[in-house]
Design a binder for this molecule. Structure first.
Ligand code: FAD
Length: 382
């Protein structure tokens, strides 16, 4: 391809859209190919968590693109975790001493739209309804499926921001195999909703991440700016009670909530409908031995290092990748050097966060209402 300052991003999700802005702001000509339709026209087709916890790492990356204020306008502050034990009083455990140490709840759809708008304003060309199908790395040609057939596009280099099931990763693997390992968690999740009160207010404390820890399973709830909460029930896929294998009907879910989450029942009036309608999501950690293919392609975000969501850091980590890759592309005239330096910087960080995410599941579901654990936290904060 003639223009060496051109990059083609696969995936216009969270990482792809932010990276596109950062690169366009630095003078790159950027094309983004997204498999889904334009969410600004067709509505957001999510398929995964409705909202996300945005933390300092992610906020810093948004700031580099000048988007932190715009995003925070749509976010709800969470000062700490609000723990609801089965017996005893509920309690807010603050993340820090004051509101300088908080995290934010943000709608995935709204955030994606904000990022796409910013990318377009920065001059990025967005191509919707065009899933990547195959890549000829030798000829530097990428083939996308379009509603009318195929679109074969020459590229300078490809950046894979196409999520955990990345097609670009599969194409890179076919050319030069990765040492790739996906470890599936034997727990899954299902989303439910707490609607606003009749007068349009939040039904429970809005400025907190709520947790109902129950040992080997739990519910959490994050606030949305339209005064709803998205509740996520995490529990084993199989075996012990309760598990998704044993709780399959709305009646069984009603019994589980009556006995184990009784305070949430009046908050979730559509429990039966939500339970029947919403799928059980699966969770995995993805490990790769490298993230790039010479100067031809590199992976970021979930395509490179999908992780379980219990540290609320998958998106935050993906946003850090964006800043790191943009910086390395600024510094290194050769794409292969930039991709190599990016991988060297980010792979150990991603691996550490993946491990912390796995460990935090045990803390959230089993430790946050433990007296000794709470005393230790108090001591750490004083
Ligand atoms: P995605 O968001 O998956 O985006 C990939 C994009 O690529 C999509 O738009 C997709 O349509 C597109 N695409 C896919 N295939 C193709 C193709 N062949 N061609 C073109 N386009 C394609 N992270 C946090 O930081 N905080 C949280 O609180 C949090 N909570 C979570 C809760 C749950 C239940 C789950 C499952 C995840 C959570 N995460 C959280 C993780 C977060 O969702 C991901 O880390 C983040 O979405 C990664 O962004 P991405 O852009 O790499 O991938």
């Amino acid at each position: 391809m003639a223009d060496a300052k051109q990059l083609t991003i696969i995936g216009g999700g969270l990482a792809g859209a932010l990276l596109a802005s950062l690169l366009a702001q630095r003078g790159w000509q950027v094309d983004v190919f997204e498999q889904r339709g334009d969410p600004r026209v067709e509505g957001y087709a999510g398929g995964r968590s409705i909202n996300l916890a945005l933390a300092e790492r992610g906020l810093y990356a948004l700031k580099q693109a000048g988007l932190d204020h715009r995003v925070l306008e749509q976010a709800v502050m969470m000062r700490g975790r609000f723990v609801h034990p089965l017996a005893g009083a509920s309690q807010l455990q603050r993340y820090g001493r004051d509101d300088s140490e908080v995290i934010w709840s943000i709608s995935r759809g709204e955030l994606n739209i904000t990022l796409l708008n910013a990318a377009e304003r920065a001059g990025v060309r967005l191509h919707f309804n065009q899933p990547l199908k195959s890549v000829d790395f030798e000829a530097r040609l990428a083939t996308f499926e379009t509603p009318d057939g195929e679109n074969v596009v020459p590229f300078n280099a490809l950046i894979g921001a196409d999520g955990a099931g990345s097609t670009l990763r599969a194409q890179m693997h076919a050319t030069l195999p990765f040492d790739e390992r996906t470890e599936w968690l034997d727990h899954g999740y299902k989303e439910l909703e707490i609607p606003p009160t009749a007068s349009g207010d939040f039904r429970i404390e809005p400025n907190a991440l709520h947790i109902w820890p129950r040992g080997h399973y739990m519910c959490i709830a994050l606030p949305n700016d339209e005064r709803t909460f998205t509740v996520t029930l995490f529990m084993p896929l199989k075996g012990v009670y309760p598990s998704f294998e044993l709780i399959t009907t709305p009646d069984a879910a009603q019994t589980l909530f009556e006995t184990q989450f009784p305070d949430t029942l009046p908050l979730i009036p559509d429990l039966a409908e939500d339970f029947a309608r919403n799928p059980v999501g699966k969770l995995a950690t993805l490990y790769l031995d490298r993230w790039h293919l010479a100067d031809k392609a590199v992976l970021i975000g979930d395509a490179a290092h999908a992780m379980v969501p219990f540290h609320g850091q998958g998106m935050n980590c993906a946003f850090e990748d964006c800043v790191s890759l943009a910086n390395h592309l600024d510094r290194s005239p050769a794409l292969s050097d930039a991709f190599q330096a990016f991988s060297e910087e980010r792979m150990p960080n991603a691996a550490a966060i993946q491990q912390m995410a796995l460990e935090n599941y045990v803390e959230m579901r089993d430790k946050v209402d433990d007296a000794a654990f709470l005393l230790q936290r108090e001591l750490e904060l004083t």
